[in-house]
Design a protein around this ligand. Sequence first.
Ligand SMILES: Cc1cc2nc3c(=O)[nH]c(=O)nc-3n(C[C@H](O)[C@H](O)[C@H](O)COP(=O)(O)OP(=O)(O)OC[C@H]3O[C@@H](n4cnc5c(N)ncnc54)[C@H](O)[C@@H]3O)c2cc1C
Length: 401
Amino acid sequence: MSSDERSDEAFAADVRAFLAEKFTPDLKAMTARQAGVFAEGELAERWHNILYEQGWIAPAWPEAYGGPGWTARQRAIFSEACARAGTPKLPGMGLSLCGPVIMRYGTEAQKAFYLPRMLSGEHRWCQGYSEPQSGSDLASLQLRAVPDGDDYVLNGTKIWTTHAHTSNWIFLLARTSTEGKPQEGISFMVSPMNAPGISVRPIISMSGEHEVNQVFFDNVRVPIANRMGKENEGWTVAKYLLEFERGGGTSGPAMEVALGRLKTIAGDEENGSGGSLLDEPGFRARTAELEIRMAALDWTERRLNGGKATGESVGQGAASMKKLSAAEGGQLIEELAVEALGAYAAADQRSALGVHANEAPIGKAHALTPVARYLNGRANTVFGGSSEVQRNILARTVLGL
Ligand SMILES: Cc1cc2nc3c(=O)[nH]c(=O)nc-3n(C[C@H](O)[C@H](O)[C@H](O)COP(=O)(O)OP(=O)(O)OC[C@H]3O[C@@H](n4cnc5c(N)ncnc54)[C@H](O)[C@@H]3O)c2cc1C
């Protein structure tokens, strides 16, 4: 039950007024130059602070922990309005992934310490799950945590760690036992990134952006008090978090915006016979097919999210279905946008991309981000669990195979 008694129409009007006032032209200009998965640096910080001051930074959190107390419908209205306005996509490793885990598995002391700092943005989080030899087969992870007095001593490495270079906390999975099945010897813990012995090596993606890293742990001491859940039972915690990574939030409205962007490009590019690309029956058919797929995703998300209370996950099977359909649909939209650009897709736009870039894009303004989005988007069907892995989960949990 919401503590917010406004009608949906009044609520939507308040959200629109808020966005019109706070999503200022300079924030819009910065956002338009970003093609990465998440907003970064000054842009992320400013938008986070604006939402935090308004009390809207964690719409999916229960009110008791600092959520705004919205109904499922109000959460959907807010998320749709933000997607349509094109607001920055804030990194969700803390608020969307680690937060729900702390609420469920953290002690009262852990909740009191971490949750308010996550909300305020004082703690910026990254996720230490994958290792060089452990991605899909995550349970084979090797990063070792050996108890020593009040601490664990950590040795090993994590890889593909998004925003490790801008985060000041990491949540991670470590091996605390080599007995029994691999899943049985894992623990979930958190560490400040400035702990002695942690070092971060950048990995530059093919779009030229720095989002991911490899993180090394060399005799890093992590207090045992920083563990969430019981020792060797971290696999259960890890899986709970993945339900939020794969099934949290909504992609439908953002997909609609991406489709709109595609149509703008196609409407503006010539087809070589006096019309626009959008007049081409073949192109229109492919766009229509995408619209149908995205409408199906949107309604599925509405159904799933509408039935869940704040702070709850949608469950493993549904989470995999949402992840799969959003990741693959998004890639198809990006592919078509690059195709629509024609020769301008070959231009190197890197000096015009990024929050602080001030060079003009080569060609029309809409030519700036599609290629970088396309290149970054190749990772959508890999991170958060590859499409093959999602299909395996669906086969097991939904089809019972
Ligand atoms: C941009 C980006 C950001 C990322 N951010 C993070 C992060 O912040 N934190 C983090 O911990 N990790 C992160 N990751 C890592 C990501 O979770 C892994 O890349 C992913 O789980 C796949 O693991 P892998 O790369 O080791 O590939 P592998 O597991 O080696 O898979 C290789 C191929 O084999 C297929 N495959 C594997 N197992 C099966 C199977 N059982 N059945 C069928 N096919 C299979 C896969 O689908 C894939 O095509 C990120 C990755 C990327 C690309």
